[in-house]
Design a protein around this ligand. Structure first.
Ligand code: AMP
Length: 406
């Protein structure tokens, strides 16, 4: 494995796996370009060295053949704009080309015609079903397009696809590496999982226990404190004998919840459940609300946020932590009446970070929450990795990481 920042790409064709799977509206306008803009620093570093960039990505879920609506050609204009912001002098513009196939003659000819400082975007990898199958021959064909392989698509690192993992075997150790975005994700995730300074608090929330069992079990080996909030807390509270009214509950997971609580005791990990809850008489923004102990919720009411006592206790634990991992909201933060818990936890994470803790926020809804409360730049790292980050924290080996490191 080589290091991206110290590699000199001058004169080299860098084959870069990116995640350009951005949402489009019905007129092919990009509605959120985060995934594209996040990888621009990687592209710019290669270009600044005097290298050539060949980008490959998946896009949507085509059925295994070309489909216009899943063509990456719709992204070329925006890629050009990102690489050439308004005011870029004419002699400094970056040319962006498109090849309407990711393998084959045209892809090869265009790749070989690239001059230093130019960019080529290849057509959607998933127009070939071989991509998701991790087909070796397909991976080898792709590998022939570049001198160096750069993986900057952490969001697909948990898949053993041709372009995310298998392809790496066709490059020697000093010609395969993580891009800047992927490197940031890997370094941050490793810091939390393998080099965590204690106290290490994991904050786990969201709707379902079943989605988070593996992550909690892995964290029981590593964290000192686990805060459990959101809808999933009520399965634990009911398992302990509490009355939870109409709150979210997975009755088939009550025993799992008890097993987790028992294991935590055995391992000396403190599990913090919300002492009180903001309860509502319906799941709606205009519901009537009240505050009750989380294990004494009347019938006809449901817990939709953690209450003020829980906020106080959780915030104290967080502020005393040196390492923090946050996945999942504390309540239905999309509705104003139930956002205080999530917002307060976000503020406590920001305070702890300001006091020197390392904090990583990962997983769709907690990322949306820190963005909503404008706190993304007050935490150490916001992961865009989604499912890949979750699998990493479940303790799984991610093929995209292993392929580069081994
Ligand atoms: P997840 O995707 O599992 O992280 O769950 C996130 C979703 O859980 C968000 O849309 C929240 O609105 C929802 N959620 C959080 N707390 C509760 C709760 N107490 N009751 C119902 N839904 C909740």
């Amino acid at each position: 494995m080589s290091t991206f920042s110290t590699h000199n790409f001058s004169g080299q064709k860098a084959l870069v796996r990116v995640d350009f799977n951005v949402p489009l509206d019905e007129n092919f306008n990009i509605t959120d370009d985060t995934r594209m803009s996040a990888t621009i620093p990687t592209i710019k570093k290669i270009l600044a060295d005097g290298g050539k960039v060949i980008l490959m990505s998946h896009f949507g879920r085509p059925k295994g053949g070309p489909e216009d609506k899943y063509s990456l050609k719709h992204l070329v204009k925006h890629l050009y704009a990102l690489l050439n912001p308004a005011g870029t002098p004419e002699d400094k513009t970056t040319n962006v080309f498109f090849a309407d196939d990711c393998i084959g003659e045209q892809a090869h000819i265009t790749a070989n015609m690239l001059r230093n400082g130019e960019v080529l975007l290849l057509e959607n990898l998933r127009f070939y079903k071989e991509e998701e199958k991790g087909d070796e021959a397909f991976a080898e064909k792709l590998s022939k397009l570049g001198d160096v392989y750069v993986n900057d698509a952490f969001g697909t690192a948990h898949r053993a696809h041709a372009s995310t993992a298998v392809i790496a075997k066709f490059f020697p150790a000093d010609k395969k590496m993580f891009g800047l975005l992927m490197e940031g994700e890997v370094v941050s995730a490793e810091k939390v999982l393998h080099q965590a300074e204690k106290p290490f608090t994991a904050i786990i929330g969201g709707a379902k226990v079943s989605d988070k069992i593996l992550i909690i079990e892995n964290l029981l080996q590593r964290a000192t404190d686990i805060i459990i909030g959101g809808g999933m807390a009520y399965t634990f509270l009911k398992a302990r004998g509490g009355k939870i009214g109409g709150s979210l509950c997975e009755d088939d997971r009550l025993q799992t919840a008890l097993d987790i609580l028992a294991k935590a005791k055995e391992k000396n990990v403190s599990i913090h459940l919300p002492e009180d809850s903001v309860i509502a008489d319906k799941f709606a923004a205009d519901a009537n609300t009240d505050v009750r102990p989380s294990d004494a919720i009347p019938d006809g009411w449901m817990g939709l946020d953690i209450g003020p006592k829980a906020v106080g206790i959780f915030s104290e634990v967080i502020r005393n932590s040196k390492t923090i991992l946050w996945n999942g909201p504390m309540g239905v933060f999309e509705m104003e009446k139930f956002q205080n818990g999530t917002k307060s936890v976000a503020l406590a994470v920001a305070d702890a970070t300001a006091a020197g803790a390392f904090s990583l926020v990962g997983g769709g809804d907690s990322v949306a929450a820190v963005n909503q409360f404008h706190l993304a730049d007050k935490v150490s790292y916001v992961s865009t990795g989604g499912g890949a980050m979750l699998e990493y924290f479940e303790g799984k080996v991610l093929p995209g990481i292993a392929a580069i490191k081994d």
